[in-house]
Each structure stands twice: as C-alpha cells, then as structure tokens.
Design a protein around this ligand. Structure first.
Ligand SMILES: *Cc1c(COP(=O)(O)O)cnc(C)c1O
Length: 399
C-alpha cells in the first residue's frame, strides 16, 4: 500500500481536526477524580462551557458520544406513551426519532425532503391543532449534518409561543454548537443536546445536556427508567465539581482549552468565520456546475456543504479516489442520500487556507474520478474570500 505524505485533510463534518493547542492541553497525567485538584477542573468546565451554550442554567457533561446525550434528553424528560413532534430534516433527525421510538415514545414526524430545515409554520399549525396539549415536546436538529441545512431555532421558539403550547423544546446542537449562533436561554430551549467532536474541536467522547428549570421539573415527574443518564445523579456531585462516576478527565482538560480558544476569538467572530468559509465553498460548488443539496439560502449550513453528484456518478467512488490521490477525507452521503452526495466540512479548526487546500483536493478529485464539472471552483472561492465580487462573474475570454 502506498504511504501518504504531509498532513491528512480531515474535511468531514465531524469529528473535526483537533487544534495542536487542545492536543497539548490534553497531554496530561490522569488525576484522581475525587481530589481537590479535579474539583477545580470540574468547576471550571461545568461553569465555563455555559457561555458557549449562552446559558446560566446547568450544563451536564456525559462521558459519551452525542448519541448518549440524545438518549439522556429523552429518558430524563419523557414518559413511555408520550407524544412528541419532530421534523424530518435528514438522517440525524431520523436517528433521534428512532431512539425516542425505542423508548416507547409516540413520535409525530413532520415529513421533509432533506433539502431544508424544519418548517416553523408547520410546527405552529400542528401545535395549534393540539388543543388538548397531548404533545409533550418539540424536538429539532439545529444543524442537520447529513444535508447541510440548518433549522431556524428562534423562529421555531416563536412558533411554539404563537400556538400558546406548553411543550418542552429540545434541540440537537451536536454539529452547530460553537459554529453557528445559538442561544439556549434567550430561545428558551429546555434541553440542548451537544457533542465534543464538531464545533468544539475536541476528540469524540464527551457530550452535553444544557437544561432549563422546566426540563428539570419534568425530570422529577417523568416515568422513563434511567440510571447512567440520570440528571439528578449528575447534578448532586457536579455542585462540588465532581462526577458520579469516572469522568473523561483528559477530554475535560481539552474542553477547558477549547472554551478559552472560543473566548479569545469571540463567539461572534467564530460564527462569522464559519459563514464566510461556507459562502466561499458554495461559490466553488457553483463554479464547478454542481448543486448544493440545501435549497433554502436562509438555511445554508455554516458547518458543512453537501454537494449533489451528477446523475449516475457514485459519491463514494469519488470520495475513495480523492482520499487515495490527495489524502483528504470528505463526508459520505448518509441514509436516503447515500452515494448521491458528498459533504465538505468547514468547521472548527478551519481557516481560509485550510479551506482552499480542501477545495483544491475536491476539484482535483472531480477531475481524477472523471466527474463532469467545470474547473475554476477554487478560483471562485478565493475571490469570495478576497471579497472580490467582480472576479466571481463569469469569465470572458481575454483576447
Ligand atoms: C454527529 C451527530 C450526531 C451523533 O453524534 P455521535 O457523537 O456520533 O453519537 C447527532 N446529531 C448530529 C446533528 C450530529 O452531527
């Protein structure tokens, strides 16, 4: 097998590349998690991560992938037989629905075509219809990582309020937190689910539930069984900076560093950088003559761009050729769009030159795999990053 030189380009929409600063911060001896030294770290990350969620309420950290935090949100608030409203935005919304279903929850799944976010008007209409308030929760994925579409969380909050409906509001921000503007308290979200390995730039292994007073109240009366995920069991030792079982200590060192990095850059600058890189990526896709999967410009993802393959070209073959020739990993199509799309991640530790390098790999890969396209995508992305609109206009031959 041929060896590959240089840095691997991990351009999937999570796990995202871990910055050297975070790798170094984690390169520490494991300490006693019942010690005073640990309690300082515990306090610091439990308090420090609140700013990233824009909350003053508790943030619970589980040693688990995002899927664990999905399950925690369900088992701490719902009861078997409850009805919840979800929106079919893509593969991740479908997986979250499947977990709820396995726990005996009756999920009403608003159908979607995987090319846009959840529809606030459809949610409002369904809640207005539910005069008996049978629906106990509205559950939405903020950034649908399988399609590159975001849902408008502030508008969905407004839709719930317009309907005067008391349902809990639960949002999956696993791939949007620290990449896309998100406000747990202001948008009165009851449970925000998140993970470490996307916008937070950490390795996989920890995940989060940010919880509201209303969610905590629900957790005191719901009847779903749980043990490992129980919020109350977590919150008691968390008050002293501790965890009920062995935490992922070294990932917490990394989290402390990630929060510091986000604070230094400023969350608004982080969000603006993601939007700028995403816009440049879409310029490249347009120049290649390919199509972005998301069809609503108001819902384009700042985190990743999913690109449709021309008919009869297999996205997985293209990704394989691109990986072998240029040492770049691109995201695969998931679920219904398997083989039909590839995804370019531009999140976390990503800047202009990382993006241009990645897009070069994508463009050379298109040529290498014989995928019909026009060249000039990288040029268009560069022009977008330079803020040079003129250069984005269709080229006229120079004579
Ligand atoms: C990655 C992701 C998940 C799953 O998280 P794991 O850490 O793989 O369990 C869930 N939802 C969204 C939106 C994601 O991007």
């Amino acid at each position: 097998m041929a060896t590959q030189q240089g840095r691997h380009f991990l351009q999937i929409p999570g796990p995202s590349p871990v910055p050297d600063r975070i790798l170094r911060a984690m390169d520490m001896p494991v300490i006693d998690h019942r010690s005073a030294e640990f309690a300082r770290l515990g306090h610091e990350v439990l308090e420090g991560s609140k700013a990233v969620f824009k909350t003053t309420q508790p943030v619970i950290i589980f040693p688990a992938s995002g899927t664990g935090a999905w399950e925690a949100a369900i088992v701490n608030t719902l009861s078997p037989g409850d009805t919840v409203l979800m929106a079919e935005t893509g593969h991740f919304a479908t997986l979250w629905r499947n977990i709820a279903t396995r726990w005996g929850v009756n999920v009403e799944f608003l159908p979607g075509d995987w090319r846009r976010g959840a529809d606030p008007a459809a949610i409002e209409a369904r809640l207005v219809e539910d005069r008996a308030h049978k629906i106990t929760a509205v559950m939405v994925v903020h950034n649908e990582t399988s399609t590159g579409s975001t849902s408008r969380i502030a508008e969905i909050r407004q839709a719930i309020d317009n309907a005067g409906h008391p349902a809990l509001f639960m949002v999956d921000t696993i791939s949007s937190l620290a990449s896309v503007d998100y406000r747990h308290d202001e948008w009165q979200v009851d449970v925000t689910v998140s993970g470490s390995q996307k916008g937070l730039m950490l390795p996989p292994g920890i995940s989060f539930n940010a919880v509201s007073e209303k969610a905590l109240a629900a957790s005191k009366t719901n009847t779903m069984p749980r043990s490992y995920w129980d919020w109350q069991e977590m919150l008691k030792p968390n008050a002293g900076g501790f965890f009920p079982y062995t935490p992922a200590t070294n990932l917490l060192y990394g989290l402390k560093e990630a929060v510091a990095m986000l604070r230094e850059e400023g969350l608004d600058n982080v969000f603006a950088r993601h939007k700028r890189l995403a816009a440049a990526t879409r310029k490249a896709v347009e120049a290649w003559g390919l199509e972005v999967l998301c069809q609503n410009p108001a819902e384009y993802s700042p985190v990743l761009t999913a690109v449709l393959m021309p008919p009869s070209h297999d996205a997985d073959h293209y990704r394989k050729v691109t990986l072998e020739k240029f040492n770049i990993s691109l995201g695969s199509g998931l679920g219904k769009v398997a083989g039909k799309v590839f995804r370019i991640g531009h999140l976390g530790e990503c800047n202009e030159l990382t993006l241009i390098g990645a897009l070069s790999g994508v463009e050379m890969g298109l040529a290498a795999a014989g995928v019909p396209h026009r060249s000039g995508g990288v040029q268009a992305a560069m022009a977008a990053l330079e803020g040079n609109v003129e250069a984005n206009a269709p080229k006229v031959a120079v004579t």
